[in-house]
Design a protein around this ligand. Structure first.
Ligand SMILES: [Zn+2]
Length: 281
């Protein structure tokens, strides 16, 4: 039975006016529960041993102390503990996936902009990369469907023989990278205004390319900021697009998990529900 990992403590930070707000998890959890999803607390800790597979000790220290400069990604007293809970959700979801159950981590902060020694773009630890790094002996395919390029994840994935990475994202847009494919990291920049038909076609092609890599595990950076009403970007996906998107990923029949990245519109809870309708299959 598919599982959704979440934790109410991840709503425990916010700066007024910042789009990465507590409702993203709180309201989505309520909605998924009402829709009959099984909501579970994380089953794995987000500990130093896991984080150090992707980040440095210096990075861990700076998330704890706030000794870094990034206006988008403020330091909060509790952010170290909360970011570890978010990571714990990703680790729990990947473990479930490998055991044969599709899973979703409904947590914040997101992770895909966090690099080895850098917080960025609302991200502190790279939850997805850390989860994938546990399976160095497995062939892991990462599909990043957030509207922003998954630059932190690509930094980690680049050159790894057992990892394939593909990111579909709007360009031009923050962080400005991901304009070209390099090695095992494929990038699909999409023009502002791209709608469902063009988007799903590009995703189908991306998945096809990913399958030729013969992955044993599919890891999805699930951003919902591709939505037409998202205040931070200009793609034009509809509410119903997310079910189709989830279904395309499910049709791979791969063991799979997804983690929440971006998505800032009021409709986020519905978009996630639609996505899981397809993704859990
Ligand atoms: Zn994003």
């Amino acid at each position: 039975m598919p599982a959704v990992f979440t934790d109410p403590s991840t709503t425990g930070y916010h700066t007024p006016g910042h789009p990465e707000a507590p409702f993203r998890v709180a309201k989505s959890a309520d909605r998924l529960k009402a829709a009959g999803h099984r909501l579970l607390a994380p089953e794995r800790p987000g500990d130093d041993a896991a984080i150090l597979r992707v980040h440095t000790q210096r990075h861990i220290d700076s998330v704890r102390s706030g000794d870094y400069q990034d206006a988008d990604t403020p330091h909060y007293t509790r952010i170290d503990a909360i970011a570890r809970t978010s990571l714990a959700g990703a680790l729990s979801a990947s473990a479930r996936a490998l055991a044969g159950e599709p899973a979703f981590s409904l947590m914040r902060p997101p992770g895909h902009h966090a690099a080895r020694e850098r917080v960025a773009g609302f991200c502190y630890f790279n939850n997805l990369a850390i989860a994938c790094s546990e399976f160095a002996d497995k062939r892991v395919a990462i599909v990043d469907v957030d509207v922003h390029h998954g630059d932190g994840t690509e930094d980690w994935a680049f050159g790894k023989e057992n990892v394939s990475f593909v990111s579909l994202h709007q360009a031009p847009l923050y962080p400005g990278t991901g304009l070209q494919t390099r090695g095992n990291c494929r990038n699909v920049p999409l023009e502002p205004g791209t709608g469902e038909a063009r988007y799903l076609k590009a995703l189908e092609q991306a998945i096809e390319g990913t399958l030729s890599f013969k992955p044993e595990l599919l890891a999805v950076s699930a951003g919902f900021d591709t939505y037409k009403e998202c205040p931070l970007a200009q793609l034009r996906l509809e509410k119903g697009t997310y079910k189709r998107l989830g279904r395309l990923l499910a049709e791979t029949k791969l063991k799979r998990f997804a983690v929440l990245e971006g998505g800032y519109a009021d409709d986020l809870p519905l978009l996630i529900e639609n996505f899981l309708d397809g993704f859990f299959g």
